[in-house]
Design a protein around this ligand. Structure first.
Ligand SMILES: Nc1ncnc2c1ncn2[C@@H]1O[C@H](COP(=O)(O)OP(=O)(O)O)[C@@H](O)[C@H]1O
Ligand SMILES: Cc1cn([C@H]2C[C@H](O)[C@@H](COP(=O)(O)OP(=O)(O)O)O2)c(=O)[nH]c1=O
Length: 217
């Protein structure tokens, strides 16, 4: 029988601890006998669109990076190229964990344009990615919530200790990160695209309890 694995998305600021949570949750779900697949967006090194994003963010191709809609289309095209993979992974795994997904585009584009979650660009991202590209809706979002200053400090520390993790143009923009945190809170409160679980990324997350919740849902 084909499974329909749960599509669980981890969202939050740069440096919030999304990758760390994905690792912890994968172990906790595995300990409960669930099979888990994971993907992270942007798919750097795996899609031309993601590589264009990286070049724009890191190498200062100013015109492209400055275009909020242009960048959002690139992120969306990267995801669109993974849609079949996501569907295939859901057929063979109990849980498919995504480190960032459509909501990242909504949050960052709105924050860049100084709009809130009810703004035009959030509706546009939804129409583009869900209605036109047909990307699968998640079953749940996990919003890893930390103060922007804490996320920035973690991202800075990571950039010093890990090669290849230099901070990009979005990460070092404190105002953008603050506005982005506010939009994430609004998206979560509105249950945008799918239900949201808001997690305290400073107190630390109980991976086992979260795994139980996700499997029971
Ligand atoms: N709960 C936590 N407490 C303290 N440091 C953390 C925590 N979670 C992650 N970190 C550290 O913060 C940095 C960023 O975490 P990471 O998972 O890479 O974030 P993201 O994927 O959201 O950018 C890493 O160096 C990681 O070890
Ligand atoms: C996936 C995605 C990311 N972003 C932003 C969030 C980040 O600031 C930036 C890069 O993603 P990020 O996950 O931070 O990549 P990495 O830490 O591996 O370099 O792109 C969007 O604006 N839209 C999207 O759809």
């Amino acid at each position: 029988m084909t499974r329909v694995g749960r599509l669980v998305v981890i969202e939050g600021l740069d440096g919030a601890g999304k990758r760390t949570l994905a690792d912890g949750l994968t172990a906790a779900l595995g300990a409960k006998g669930a099979s888990v697949a994971s993907l992270a967006f942007p798919r750097y090194g795996k899609s031309v669109h993601a590589d264009l994003v990286r070049e724009a963010l890191h190498r200062g191709h100013g015109d492209l990076a400055d275009s909020v809609y242009g960048m959002a289309v690139l992120y969306a095209l990267d995801r669109s190229g993974a849609a079949d993979d996501i569907r295939a992974l859901r057929d063979t795994h109990d849980v498919v964990l995504l480190d960032r997904y459509v909501a990242s585009n909504a949050a960052y584009a709105a924050a860049r344009l100084r709009q809130d979650a009810t703004g035009d660009v959030v509706k546009w991202v939804y129409e583009l990615e869900v209605d036109r590209f047909g990307l699968p809706r998640p079953d749940a979002h996990l919003l890893l919530r930390v103060a922007p200053a804490v996320a920035a400090e973690r991202a800075e520390r990571r950039a010093v200790t890990e090669t290849g993790r230099e901070r990009d143009a979005f990460e070092t923009d404190d105002g953008l990160q603050r506005r982005c945190a506010a939009v994430y809170d609004e998206l979560a409160a509105a249950g945008w695209l799918a239900p949201w679980h808001v997690l305290d990324g400073v107190a630390g997350v109980d991976h086992e309890a979260l795994a139980t919740t996700l499997l029971g849902q």
